[in-house]
Design a protein around this ligand. Structure first.
Ligand SMILES: [Zn+2]
Length: 429
């Protein structure tokens, strides 16, 4: 169809569409009332007893203690359980599985990893994570997955997707395992200000909600050092400035102290991992109110399962040094009061085990309510989605989970989520 014919058709189709919408919205949506023994108010940290949450369509209309249930409402009685807002993971790789950390990834096509993503989206949602920020996927697979979930084709969490992460040539997010004759370069590779701007804009063109930058070396890449910075301040300023101007936030993978500081000075919204953060970095992040997204549990799983997933020896060697060091430094950053949002790097370990991060955060000095806030209130702030998710309040999406036991006493209860609702629909467990 030519462009003129298309726009003529659109001009005719639009009034019909508006009519159809107003007809559909005329019928009052059914009300669902969810009852549970307790509800965790993540803002105050208090438990509300005899909780009732009223849901109409996709949204919460009221929440509180002993609310009157309207006539004709569908009632879901969760008995002795505790309701919490749907959890948010700010650092996933849905299109990846742990065994992809080795050479086997070379044989996997973009269509294949996209279907891996569909499987992992379902597991993530069933584990109680109703929203994720997916930071780095080949071939825009994460963006296709996000759209398929939004269209109702496959079950999964709400996704803020980055598309291919920006990387210098040979950097952590380039394809570093190929011999030169394969001439393999990752889609997000961009060197210098001009290329970096081009790739930032291209990612946004193809649907990126957030710009992911690999600012330092990493663990699961060949030939680079996690402690060294990769992008220059000038490049970082260009990428982040453009992302912000175009209404996107930016997240930096950064282990080394220098790379952390450069990204913070360039205006980054979140530092991912933060393994070698030093006192100066801690001070800067507090001054700039930059979020830290530590991903600390993964070390336990990766080192225990390195052989099973055939992790190449040079990568295991790095993991053995970086991951224990990260815990010491993250504990210092938590103690110093750097703002923290919850992230896991799921994909490096199996999706669905995301909640294991809570226990590690508590071991490193957070209280249970601080850890839960990191995965609800704080994460919604970092996403810029405080009007949509993160609390159980009127107007927000009805994204809810229920657990047995007392999450404020034992965050491990969050590893066994018993019931999940996303956008007013109960998720099959
Ligand atoms: Zn990651």
């Amino acid at each position: 169809m030519n462009v003129i014919a298309m726009s003529v058709r659109r001009a005719f189709a639009l009034p019909l569409l508006l009519l159809a919408c107003s007809a559909a919205s005329a019928a009052p949506p059914a009300v669902t009332a969810i009852k549970a023994a307790h509800l965790l108010d993540v803002r105050s940290g208090a438990l509300v007893d005899n909780a009732v949450v009223l849901v109409s369509g996709e949204r919460i209309t009221a929440a509180g203690s002993r609310l009157a249930i309207p006539d004709g409402a569908q009632v879901i009685d969760l008995g002795n359980k505790t309701l919490l807002p749907g959890l948010i993971d700010m650092h996933t790789h849905l299109t990846g599985d742990p065994q992809d950390a080795g050479y086997s990834i070379i044989a996997k096509s973009i269509p294949r990893i996209t279907l891996t993503g569909a499987k992992n989206a379902r597991l993530t949602l069933q584990a109680g994570f109703t929203t994720v920020r997916d930071v780095g996927a080949d071939g825009y697979a994460d963006i296709g997955l996000r759209d398929a979930i939004n269209d109702g084709d496959v079950p999964g969490p709400r996704i803020a997707a980055s598309g291919p992460p920006l990387s210098i040539t040979g950097g952590h997010c380039d394809d570093t395992m190929h011999a030169p004759e394969y001439k393999q370069t990752a889609l997000g590779v961009a060197d210098g200000v001009a290329e970096a701007l081009k790739v930032t804009r291209r990612n946004i063109k193809y649907g990126a909600d957030v710009i992911k930058i690999c600012a330092t070396g990493g663990v699961l890449s060949f030939g680079d050092d996690p402690r060294t910075s990769q992008y220059t301040l000038e490049e970082l300023k260009a990428i982040i400035g453009d992302a912000h101007r175009l209404g996107r936030k930016a997240a930096a993978h950064a282990h080394g102290g220098d790379g952390i500081k450069l990204a913070v000075l360039a205006g980054i919204d979140s530092i991912e991992h933060g393994s070698y953060i030093d006192d100066e970095g801690i001070k800067l992040m507090k001054e700039h109110k930059t979020w830290l997204v530590p991903t600390v549990y993964l070390g336990d799983w990766l080192i225990d399962n390195a052989e099973a997933i055939k992790l190449p020896p040079p990568l295991l060697e790095k993991a053995r040094v970086v991951l224990p060091t990260a815990r010491l430094n993250i504990a210092r950053a938590i103690k110093a009061g750097v703002p923290v949002a919850f992230g896991t790097d799921a994909g490096v370990y199996p999706h669905g085990l995301n909640a294991r991060e809570f226990g590690t955060l508590v071991k490193l000095g957070m209280t249970p309510i601080q850890a839960i806030r990191a995965a609800t209130l704080n994460a919604s702030e970092l996403l810029g989605w405080t009007d949509k998710v993160g609390t159980i309040e009127a107007g927000k999406f009805a994204d809810l989970i229920a657990v047995d036991g007392e999450p404020l006493k034992d965050v491990k209860t969050l590893e066994s989520v018993r019931w999940v609702m996303k956008g007013g629909a109960v998720v099959n467990q």
